[in-house]
Design a binder for this molecule. Structure first.
Ligand code: FDA
Length: 393
């Protein structure tokens, strides 16, 4: 082990790997520590194993934070094109699955391999299965007690991420260190997470498990138009994951199952043009077959369109355009993609990510109170904050 590294980065995830390699190329002796047995475990499981590694349209408006301006500087300096350039330099093939959302064409392993290769080229020493027992300030530097022994270093970067998926190595370590050094930690909650339902709705969702359709969903100030997926415990899919960042216990979700198309007008037109058509046929043209059948069963209606009065069309408009549902809760940390909240950025510099008044301690990535929407924004934040910090060490 490097006996006295210039920098110790704790957490070999997206932000920590990026920071370590950047500082290594800047000539720093870097030790990158992780308690897990593999680097970048969340990268490996991200994007369904294909890692949605950036979003070309990333901007500050894609992030939630108690201090919304904090992310601007780093995002401006390290943009999605910079990461794409790195990906291309390593010959990693990628695809744009949805506008702006870039995924590996083959496997997320390509991204971890790329980052570890860059770390190697930059001379970073990576130490996995390594425990950090304590961190103390020591004059202008820091002292760590670890399972490798005592380490004195010029700077410590905390890149230990958020609380989601504890089985992948997530811990509250970063928050504890922040509090130890007098930083505030804002309330944390699971975000980009599926909803659970109870009783009748849980049974209905379970029967439709695997069925997906495009919806428009609203909750509080959030509104998204994306696919929704029924699961055996509730509702998921991009629309539900996105809106979970706005949802608070007790809130209702308002779901427009026709994603903006007025059900009354569409049904009235169909009634005029094809009066003999059955309602179930009309539903079957708009929704997956199982869902269309379920809708007519739930509401006990399968008349010919000609038999439907305006009042009944209004009922269908309410059911289809304003489907209100109160989730019982979310699937929680076990499956959440990210943590909302974290280390209060008001105590941290947006330029170099140093703690105010303590430049030898830095926080980057998801451990901070900066949380992206679904779509590659969270990795872009990890890369950008890692680079900004790494360049300044
Ligand atoms: P990250 O969690 O990646 O790394 C933290 C590291 O610190 C881990 O390696 C952990 O083992 C280590 N650590 C924790 N405690 C420690 C301790 N006490 N001592 C030592 N080491 C410790 N985002 C996106 O943009 N596109 C996507 O496709 C996806 N998909 C996705 C799917 C799933 C299932 C999840 C859970 C998450 C995503 N995300 C995503 C979110 C993205 O993975 C996440 O925002 C970044 O990985 C955050 O990067 P960090 O480096 O900050 O933390």
């Amino acid at each position: 082990m490097t006996s006295q590294p210039d920098v110790v980065v704790i957490g070999a995830g997206a932000a920590g790997l990026m920071c370590a390699l950047t500082a290594g190329y800047a000539g720093r002796r870097v030790l990158l520590i992780d308690h897990a047995n593999k680097a970048g475990k969340k990268i490996l499981m991200s994007g369904g194993g294909r890692c949605n590694f950036t979003n070309m349209a990333t901007g500050p408006g894609n992030f939630f934070s108690g201090n919304p301006h904090f992310c601007i500087s780093a995002l401006k300096r390290y943009r999605p094109e910079h990461f794409v350039e790195l990906v291309e330099r390593h010959g990693v093939e990628y695809v744009e699955k949805a506008p702006g959302q870039l995924f590996c064409a083959d496997s997320a392993k390509d991204i971890v391999r790329l980052l570890l290769t860059e770390c190697e080229w930059a001379g970073v020493e990576v130490s996995l299965k390594t425990r950090v027992d304590s961190i103390e300030r020591r004059g202008e530097g820091m002292r760590l007690e670890t399972s490798l022994g005592r380490i004195d270093t010029g700077a410590v970067v905390i890149a230990t991420g958020g609380l989601s998926i504890p089985s992948m190595g997530a811990t509250g370590f970063g928050y504890d260190i922040a509090r130890q050094f007098g930083l505030a930690v804002t309330d944390t909650r699971a975000a980009l997470v599926p909803f659970t339902l109870t009783s009748q709705w849980k049974e209905r969702a379970a029967a439709l498990s695997g069925v997906s359709c495009e919806v428009a969903v609203k909750c509080r100030d959030g509104a998204y138009r994306e696919p929704m997926l029924f699961t055996h415990r509730g509702l998921s899919g991009p629309a539900m994951l996105q809106i979970s960042s706005y949802w608070q216990a007790g809130d209702e979700l308002e779901i427009d199952l026709l994603a903006g198309k007025n059900a009354f007008e569409a049904l009235a037109q169909a009634r005029r043009e094809t009066p003999k058509r059955r309602l179930s046929t009309w539903l079957g043209e708009r929704f997956p077959k199982r869902f269309a059948q379920a809708l007519s069963e739930w509401y006990g209606e399968d008349a010919a369109l000609a038999e439907l009065s305006n009042a009944r069309l209004e009922d269908w408009q309410a059911r289809l355009n304003h489907w209100s549902i109160k989730p019982a809760g979310t699937e929680g940390w076990r499956t959440a993609e990210v943590t909302m909240g974290g280390v209060d950025t008001r105590g941290v510099s947006s330029k170099d990510f140093a703690v105010n008044g303590l430049p030898q301690l830095r926080f980057i990535g998801e451990v901070l109170d900066v949380t992206g929407e679904l779509g590659g924004y969270n990795f872009q934040w990890a890369w950008a904050s890692g680079v900004a910090c790494g360049q300044s060490l």
